[in-house]
Design a protein. Sequence first.
Length: 70
Amino acid sequence: MAAPVIVHAPAPAGGRAVTTRSGDRLGVAYGPQDLLEFLRRAGLAEDDFALDDRSLIEWRGAGPDVWEAA
């Protein structure tokens, strides 16, 4: 099954778009804390997941340690 949250590749201006598999835009994350806040607002407690949990988050273009374009 595909991960329900997608973190897109870093944008040239910085940050990464975050969407749901259904196409809802959660916002632009500029770091892990932003992503955690989006997931919290979606009803997930921080203790319920890890940012490297591929069953929850699909990372496109770079992993969870990259937030700015190369």
